[in-house]
Design a protein around this ligand. Structure first.
Ligand SMILES: Cc1ncc(COP(=O)(O)OP(=O)(O)O)c(N)n1
Ligand code: 3NM
Ligand code: MG
Length: 556
């Protein structure tokens, strides 16, 4: 194994010189061969500028990290994770590693001057929103990065202080600790050490409890970053994976269940990349962290049966969403399970009671933060239903909010809605799928694990599970309770939205069950049987955001 503990470029050169066959092919700054000459560089820039005239921008993350030949971690994980969350990911490679599911067999740091050149190429051209760092093998590379960020500022910097791989191999020497502490942390919006890294950054202190993690988060915060996430995945004697987030004022204990899986290689890189992708999309920091954590939990869950490699640590399948039934037959889909977060289900009776049209009600729910809308108009004549749906589609499309139709596949087809929601006595989901085709969203009401399994096999996109609590909105509805609901969530291969008797008084308790498949709550009366829909939607949304983990504010 060719690993120099300090990983500075001079020692790398010595290793390379002693073993020419292991040289990496790079253009040193002293040779012009292969470099883009000034005039050609200008031509390239002009062509690119011309090509940028119109079109769609994607949130853009640049990862500055090492390459992992097994593709479970490093830049390969970062690119996949960012794409899974809808961001474009460019990459500056700081080192090339030879590794697999057994461990790390070799490391080739990229010369600092060439790291600088890659940084200039990307940052000068590509409108990067967020930079995320992984393996930074020398203090020199850290300094190069700091200089580049001063020259080309970005919206946010996410620092994952990678020092030790999941297999226990060293990926950065002790000298890089001072680089992090003295140079990079002051520029960071968030730093995401695991327990070993947090301990190393703080001189080897022992971290055994959540309270220790809070103290560590505070000490690391004192080194300059605006936020710190200490990941407790390896906390001893704990059945939960609790992370501590500290923003300089409040501590948030973000709890998740610890999943028993061999395939955990690259979870740290993935989490930091997901935070970066969410920040690039415009999420506030705590929300970005929560969404990233939820994604990692889902990826871990979906990857637990994967068999890749013969070693003890396999990779995650970041693009697990692509392998759901509908995607297998239809390629990329427009459904994003995170849209289920605050699901507004209309009721014409309630809206006419309060003297407002369906359109006004839908518009107000979206203004308050609803992320998906279902038109559930049980009494409407078909013609009126189609007319209302067409009007609502205009509003929903202009806000990027999907609109589904309750029960009526014909109405959904007539107005080209985004999909339907069907129950156990409505048209079977597999028939709806064959009529609507692969691109439309289909939700199915389920009260049992068997129904959830059938919905998945039928090609549904999500399930609605309830009644979580008693409700008067739907006559004779069976209440499954929080325990019954959790059991269905645990069994479901599809994302789940909770429904039935949910309001701002109990939405927190639903989200706190913290099962990866649970994506949000669906409400009728809590929005539409209220005087001000906007106010109620805002209230619910903020409760949901605060309670995506069971104990959001742990004050110590
Ligand atoms: C999100 C969501 N979940 C469940 C239902 C209930 O559907 P269903 O069982 O078909 O009952 P009706 O809504 O048709 O009365 C739903 N509509 N939405
Ligand atoms: C439409 C519907 N479906 C349910 C189910 O359990 O499947 S409960 C329900 C009504 C939900 O209304 P509210 O938010 O006012 O309780
Ligand atoms: Mg129905």
């Amino acid at each position: 194994m060719q690993i120099d503990p300090s990983f500075d470029t001079s020692s790398f050169m010595a290793v390379a010189a002693a073993s020419p066959s292991s040289l990496i092919y790079t253009r040193s700054s002293s040779t012009s061969g292969g470099r883009i000459p000034g005039s050609a560089r200008r031509t390239t820039a002009v062509v690119m500028a011309a090509g940028n005239g119109g079109g769609r921008r994607m949130p853009h993350v640049l990862t500055v990290a090492g390459s992992d030949s097994s593709a479970g971690a490093g830049i390969q994980a970062d690119i996949k994770a960012c794409r899974a969350l809808g961001a474009y990911c460019s990459s500056v490679i700081t080192a090339v590693t030879a590794q697999n599911t057994v461990g790390v067999q070799g490391v080739h740091p990229v010369p600092e001057a060439f790291v600088a050149e890659q940084l200039r190429s990307v940052l000068s051209d590509m409108a990067v929103d967020v930079v995320k760092t992984g393996m930074l093998p020398s203090v020199g590379v850290i300094k190069v990065l700091c200089r580049s960020l001063q020259e080309f500022p970005v919206k946010a910097l996410v620092v994952d202080p990678v020092m030790v791989s999941t297999s226990g191999d060293m990926l950065a020497g002790p000298s890089t600790l001072s680089g992090y502490r003295d140079e990079l942390f002051a520029m960071a919006d968030i730093v995401t050490p695991n327990l070993k890294e947090a301990s190393a950054l703080l001189g080897g202190i022992s971290l055994r409890t959540v309270s220790d993690m809070c103290s560590a988060a505070k000490s690391i915060h004192n080194l300059g970053p605006r936020n710190v996430l200490v990941k407790g995945g390896h906390l001893p004697d704990s059945s939960e994976a609790t992370d501590v987030f500290f923003d300089g004022e409040n501590y948030h204990a973000l709890r998740g269940s610890r999943l028993n899986s061999r395939n955990t290689h690259g979870t740290g890189c993935t989490l930091a990349s997901c935070i970066a992708a969410e920040l690039a999309k415009g999420s506030p920091m705590l929300q970005a962290v929560r969404r990233a954590k939820t994604f990692v939990e889902s990826a871990l869950d979906h990857s637990k049966d994967l068999l890749i490699g013969n070693g003890p640590q396999g990779p995650l399948d970041h693009l697990f969403d692509l392998s759901s039934t509908h995607a297998r037959t239809a390629g990329a889909r427009s459904f994003d399970a995170n849209d289920l977060f605050l699901y507004a289900v209309t009721d014409s009776g309630m809206n006419s009671k309060w003297g407002r049209s369906i359109l006004d009600a839908v518009e107000a729910s979206i203004e308050g933060g609803a992320t998906i809308v279902q038109l559930r108009e049980k009494e409407a004549a078909t013609r009126d239903f189609i007319e209302a749906a067409n009007a609502c589609l205009g509003i929903c499309r202009s806000h990027g909010v999907p609109l589904l139709i309750n029960d009526r596949v014909d109405v959904a087809l007539a107005c080209d809605a985004d999909g339907v929601h069907v129950g156990q006595s409505d048209m079977p989901a597999r028939v709806a799928r064959s009529i609507l085709g692969p691109q439309k969203i289909i939700g199915v009401s389920c009260k049992t694990a068997a129904q959830a399994e059938e919905a998945w096999a039928d090609g549904a996109d999500y399930i609605g599970c309830g009644g979580v609590f008693p409700t008067t909105t739907k006559a004779n509805n069976l209440t499954v309770g929080l325990d019954g609901f959790k059991a269905v969530c645990l069994a479901s291969k599809l994302p789940v939205v909770a429904i039935g008797g949910i309001s701002s008084a109990n939405a927190g308790s639903v989200m706190e069950i913290s099962v990866p498949s649970l994506k949000g709550v669906a409400v009728v009366s809590a929005l539409f049987d209220r005087e001000c829909i906007v106010t109620e939607a805002r209230r619910l949304k903020s409760i949901l955001m605060d309670s995506s983990s069971p104990h959001p504010k742990l004050m110590v």
